[in-house]
Design a binder for this molecule. Structure first.
Ligand SMILES: NC(=O)c1ccc[n+]([C@@H]2O[C@H](COP(=O)([O-])OP(=O)(O)OC[C@H]3O[C@@H](n4cnc5c(N)ncnc54)[C@H](OP(=O)(O)O)[C@@H]3O)[C@@H](O)[C@H]2O)c1
Length: 297
């Protein structure tokens, strides 16, 4: 089967199409004939060699949607032929991939739309737990137009939280449509947020990793209740860097159902053939995806 691998760390040019052995599902795993693979920031960080302990050669991709075509021992919650979305245990950029946390995709939702949900949804629920935002509080989401940001924003707004969300000028309407007060990122951010939230900011989420922690500390008056998922400067500043996934098939299923009913919005930034992975990786590295970038084998 065809898959995308790297033999060396580097830029998008090190991604190459390979012929790999067909993976066999172990206990608790399903094998998925991949119809859509999500491109995530972590894929670019692994490819660039930023993740300690990553071995070479490596197969990339942690998020997939497609048709179950083989069941490992003990799997009883899905059948052959079901369409599922979930977390690839390894090598999601491929024609076939194995998954142990997955959920059935509701009728009416395409694999391309479904694959926008697993990673961003897990991350959004986790950071909201970590920030413990309460109804009536004000949350700043840096990168509210991104894959994680748009789900965090909607889930927070649903809970009665007031969200100020940053995005580029071209994505202000999109952030407003999620129920947040939009503003642009860049110089003058602290003043713009204070104008939108004159009573103060209770919590901050940085999804961007693009140097917004100093402004976040200024807005909070300290490092408490600030979480970043993308800026390693957090470690020196004493800010929480959230990175340990809390994968739940039940939570994924509930998010997919809500997405299928139109209660949650997610955005596909672009769809690429598997062989065109380098183009998707470049956009993803630059934070210019405009939504979830999806590979279609
Ligand atoms: N730690 C974890 O557990 C975890 C989990 C998931 C993701 N992540 C990381 O979180 C990051 C975001 O993931 P994602 O999938 O949401 O990415 P994404 O969809 O590409 O979103 C990126 C966001 O950053 C904004 N942005 C781009 N340039 C910016 C700048 N110069 N200043 C401020 N904001 C800027 C974008 O806004 P515009 O598009 O409007 O410009 C967009 O809202 C990635 O680095 C990813 O690796 C970490």
């Amino acid at each position: 089967m065809k898959s995308i691998v790297i033999d060396t760390f580097g830029g998008p040019e090190v991604l190459r199409t390979a012929e790999s052995p067909t993976p066999a599902p172990g206990p608790g795993q399903v094998r998925v004939r991949v119809q859509a693979a999500g491109v995530n920031g972590i894929d670019g960080k692994i490819r660039a060699g930023f993740l300690p302990g990553a071995d070479l050669p490596a197969a990339l991709g942690i998020e997939i949607a497609g048709v179950v075509d083989a069941l490992g021992a003990g799997v009883t919650d899905v059948r052959l032929g079901d369409v599922v979305a979930g977390f690839a245990d390894a090598g999601g950029y491929a024609e076939l991939a194995l998954a142990s946390t997955y959920a059935v995709v509701p009728a009416g939702l395409t694999a391309i739309d479904a694959v926008t949900v697993p990673v961003a949804g897990e991350t959004a629920l986790r950071v909201l737990r970590e920030l413990a935002v309460q109804p009536g509080e004000t949350l700043v989401v840096h990168g509210a137009s991104g894959s994680v940001g748009e789900l965090v924003t909607q889930l927070a707004v649903d809970r009665g939280v007031r969200v100020v969300g940053t995005a580029s000028a071209g994505h202000q309407d999109r952030v407003a449509a999620l129920g947040a007060s939009p503003t642009t990122y860049g110089p003058g951010l602290v003043d713009r947020v204070r104008t939108l939230a004159p009573d103060g900011v209770d919590a901050v989420l940085d999804t961007t990793g693009r140097g917004v922690l100093a402004d976040s500390i200024e807005l909070r008056g300290g490092t408490d209740r600030i979480v970043t998922i993308a800026d390693p400067a957090a470690f020196a500043l004493g800010i929480t860097f959230s990175s340990v996934a809390q994968r739940s098939a039940a939570e994924l299923s509930a998010l997919l159902e809500r997405r299928a009913r139109g209660e949650l919005t997610t955005t596909v930034g672009g769809v690429f053939a598997l062989d065109d992975v380098a183009r998707a990786a470049e956009l993803n590295d630059a934070g210019r995806g405009g939504g979830k970038l999806v590979l279609v084998p």
